[in-house]
Design a protein around this ligand. Structure first.
Ligand SMILES: Nc1ncnc2c1ncn2[C@@H]1O[C@H](COP(=O)(O)OP(=O)(O)OP(=O)(O)O)[C@@H](O)[C@H]1O
Ligand SMILES: [Mg+2]
Length: 478
């Protein structure tokens, strides 16, 4: 049943419930609803953006100014603002200790909310008991009851809730069919594989038919191959069930492959929330730039030089010509002539120059290959560049201390490349895809800084808001 406003045949406004929605028809910018009321048919026309409540089924999660201060005074979440749309799969990602579980547990009601507002399906939930929030949570340690069969494990919460036996049976069997566990219903968890146990844990959440799923690293106990399989299964299942989901992980590949949108958290602060490809192409700051993407983009301190319509960037002893696209994408680079900037280069934007036809000479650097990993479909080539590297602020990043003025770069070379370990190779750089940012205030006042220091991404971003343009995005198609 839908609650709407509609005009009847004579133009009289009918408000409220009592309609049955018959057909929903998308007409360009409008949605036309064919409504049935007391045996008569009405048409209602809505702008396409209007949310029409199937009143109970709109399970949005809205977080406004959410703060968590633990009893010991530690502020784990600062002013978090996030809106998860109905049926959306939102991934919360960030390094260990950034507050992902804290945020999720506050949504679940397992952790008290210090400040701000949490709404689920439009209802303020700050002080509502976890069991009354209509959510189901799947944890990393999804302890199954070892003495119960798969069937009883899946149905246990329903039994506690005194759901009639017949309904439990229907729901358990339906969940088991969805998860392909039908043949295992009589088994005990000890006789299941890791992936099967994971599916039983999912089954327990599904049978409750919640408004939202909250998942905290549900795959981290599985081996790498199973993780890849299960992440595809969970993503497909979520689409099939169309249940609003918040999924926590510290694995950015999981985040990129599973989420409709990804929210990146660092030190309890939201850095950016966007569709996976947008995070990759338009990171809001150096932290997101380095955190999303594997291997990470390399970050260097560099100097920009501009003359007329052309520009270059000096990275260590290399002066690299900038592609026109670069100056178009970052118009305010023009304000930085002769000034220090931070340059980010992704692995795929380095290539063996021997394989790039007609690459301009000033787009190449010479570098010695220090590590070579042939993966079949690509070759990961590690080389050093004599420019100071920049710390992205990711505490989980693999640190490699290689001298103050040398940065380690990784290129994703074509497998046809003939480079060998120890070779000095000409590396072509696709400068049109370079990312630019400006250094934090500490750097500007301290000429000796910038080596292994933490870039304060938030100060960074604030400065950037008024001093430095974000790259121009392509206009989204409507
Ligand atoms: N009960 C508590 N009292 C005080 N501090 C806490 C408490 N629980 C967690 N913290 C701190 O809050 C921060 C966020 O913890 P949280 O568990 O949310 O991180 P996380 O992002 O889930 O990390 P991980 O990826 O390791 O699971 C951490 O610094 C942690 O030490
Ligand atoms: Mg956690």
């Amino acid at each position: 049943m839908v609650v709407v406003e509609a005009l009847d045949g004579s133009g009289k406004l009918i408000v409220g419930g009592g309609f049955e929605r018959a057909v929903e028809q998308d007409e360009g910018l409008h949605t036309i609803l064919h409504l049935i009321h007391a045996g008569r048919r009405y048409l209602a026309v809505f702008p396409i953006a209007t949310a029409i409540g199937d009143d109970e089924s709109m399970a949005t999660i809205e977080i406004e100014g959410l703060t968590k201060i633990y009893d010991n005074g530690f502020e784990a979440i600062h002013d978090l603002n996030l809106k998860v749309a109905d049926e959306e799969f939102l991934v919360l990602v960030g390094p260990s200790g950034c507050g992902k579980s804290t945020a999720l547990r506050m949504i679940a009601g397992l952790e008290s909310i210090t400040g701000g507002t949490l709404r689920i399906a439009g209802r303020v939930m700050n002080d509502v008991e976890p069991k009354d929030r209509d959510i189901a949570m799947v944890f990393q340690n999804y302890a199954l009851y070892p003495h119960m069969t798969v069937y009883d494990n899946i149905g246990f919460a329903l039994k506690l809730a005194k759901v009639p036996k017949k309904d439990i049976d229907t729901r358990v069997r339906r969940a088991a069919a969805t998860l392909e566990l039908e043949d295992l219903l009589d088994r005990k968890p000890g006789l299941l594989s890791g992936g099967q146990r994971q599916r039983v844990a999912m089954g327990r959440a599904i049978v409750r038919q919640p408004a939202a799923f909250l998942m905290d690293e549900p795959l981290s106990n599985l081996d790498a191959k199973l993780r890849v399989q299960m992440r595809a299964e969970i993503a497909a299942l979520q689409r099939e069930l169309a249940v609003t989901t918040v999924y926590v992980t510290h694995d950015q590949i999981e985040a990129m492959t599973m989420g409709d949108r990804v929210a990146v958290l660092k030190d309890g602060r939201l850095q950016q929330v966007d569709a996976p490809q947008n995070l990759y192409d338009f990171p809001a700051n150096v932290f997101v730039g380095a955190f999303i993407g594997s291997p990470s983009m390399t970050l260097f301190e560099a100097t920009v030089r501009l003359s007329g319509h052309s520009g270059s960037v000096t990275i260590g002893s290399n002066e690299i010509g900038l592609a026109q696209e670069c100056l178009i994408k970052y118009p305010s680079l023009r304000d930085y002539d002769g000034e220090p900037v931070i340059v980010g280069i992704r692995p795929e934007d380095y290539q063996d120059a021997a394989l790039v036809p007609e690459v301009p000479e000033n787009r190449c650097i010479s570098a010695r290959v220090s590590v070579l990993e042939a993966l079949g479909s690509e070759i990961m080539v590690h080389f050093r560049i004599d420019a100071p590297s920049v710390d992205s602020g990711d505490p989980d990043a693999i640190e490699e201390k290689i001298g103050l003025d040398t940065a380690n770069a990784v290129g994703r070379f074509d497998p046809r490349s003939r480079v060998k370990l120890g070779d000095t190779v000409e590396v072509a750089i696709s400068t049109e895809n370079m990312h630019f940012s400006i250094p934090g205030p500490a750097w500007l006042s301290d000429s000796n800084a910038g080596r292994g220091r933490n870039v304060d991404v938030l100060k960074y971003r604030r400065r950037r808001d008024h001093r430095f343009d974000a790259p121009r995005r392509p206009v989204a198609r409507s």
